[in-house]
Design a protein around this ligand. Structure first.
Ligand code: TK8
Length: 347
């Protein structure tokens, strides 16, 4: 191989150093795949549920509105079924600026902003109508603003819905029926302690691992709204479902603060309005789905158990000490504020 002259070698070395420095410089400037040279921007939006779920239909509506309102200068690339990761890893990706949107339940968000665990208080919301009013109220909207401390922007509440228990072992109609059941919970300490108080054996787990865990018998059961239980085909690996309705889960439409701060004022208003408008659409679809899919689950052979008011009251009483335990962790002002809003919404 011909020896390179000193000049050629030093020029080659200089070229290599500039190329390396250039990529470091790009990273230092926070440039990443969400921004292109002609000012156009791309939103990488990922969720854990699959393409049939109303959450994904809502995300497609968000994308349609944003691309229309910005004449395509902001593109929205949508990913479902955990293609970009689970709720916690996608939320962390938003904090790092490696992803722009995800829409988790409030339970995993509590790992980033502990006040969000207020929505994990069992039997907090008596109905969807009360949930709607409380989530539009001052305390819940104030929690969205708290997200900015965690490099996240909460643009809107969407709906996961009332969570119900499914399992592969036995019908669950009374608190005694929980005894010893291994139940997958979301990664949230209040959920874990609440299921312990009911006598179950909780296992926190990312949603992306859940179907396999049910299929392999790693856990006996899980809890999610009927739409998720049906649309994620859990009926293939679960034989019993009960209308425990033990928690109402909101979703939160999260955007990376790094990305949001890089938008113009007009673009910020567009994405905010789109998240709210698509949210109204998603909630409507979600309610239709949760009303429809209990019948579909039974048609697939799942045995349905209705919890009596008396048996549900026993479950409510059993979890009260857990609520007291977590009141300080969540923030007494937040718990009292949301409880007062729930009371006011029922007047
Ligand atoms: C999907 C989850 C799911 C939630 C859970 O990513 O983890 O059980 O109810 O909807 O967010």
């Amino acid at each position: 191989m011909k020896k390179l002259s000193f000049f050629m070698a030093s020029s080659l070395l200089a070229l290599v150093l500039v190329a390396c420095g250039g990529s470091d410089e790009a990273e230092q400037n926070g440039e990443n795949e969400s921004a292109s040279s002609d000012g156009d921007k791309t939103i990488r939006a990922g969720i854990g549920l699959n393409q049939d779920h109303p959450q994904y239909q809502g995300l497609l509506k968000f994308a349609e509105i944003v691309e229309e309102e910005t004449d395509g200068s902001i593109q929205v690339d949508t990913y479902h079924s955990g293609q970009l990761g689970d709720d916690r890893s996608m939320t962390e990706a938003l904090q790092l600026g490696n992803q722009e949107v995800t829409i988790p339940s409030t339970a995993p968000i509590a790992n980033f902003v502990s006040e969000f665990s207020v929505f994990d208080i069992p039997f907090l919301f008596p109905s969807e109508e009360v949930a709607d009013e409380v989530l539009q109220g001052e305390v819940a909207q104030g929690l969205l603003e708290e997200l900015e401390e965690a490099d996240l922007v909460g643009l809107a509440y969407w709906e996961n819905g009332f969570r119900d228990l499914s399992n592969s072992e036995r019908p669950v109609e009374t608190i005694e029926d929980f005894d010893g059941l291994s139940i997958r919970t979301m990664e949230n300490d209040l959920h874990i302690e609440a299921f312990q108080a009911l006598g179950a054996n909780p296992t926190p787990m990312a949603f992306t691992e859940l179907f396999t865990a049910l299929q392999q018998g790693t856990v006996d059961g899980q809890e999610n709204p009927y739409a998720t239980i049906y649309l994620e085909n859990f009926y293939e690996v679960q034989d019993y479902v009960s209308d425990t309705h033990h928690v109402y889960s909101p979703f939160v439409f999260l955007m990376s603060k790094q990305f949001y701060d890089g938008l113009t004022d007009e673009e910020q208003q567009i994405v905010r309005n789109a998240a709210e408008e698509a949210g109204e659409y998603q909630i409507e679809l979600n309610r239709e789905a949760n009303a429809e899919y209990l019948d579909s689950l039974q048609e697939e052979g799942v045995e349905f158990s209705e919890i009596s008011d008396e048996d549900r009251q026993e479950m409510v009483d059993a979890v009260q000490p857990v609520i007291e335990d977590f009141k300080d962790n969540i923030g007494a002002d937040v718990v009292d504020g949301i409880m007062e809003a729930v009371e006011a919404a029922q007047e």
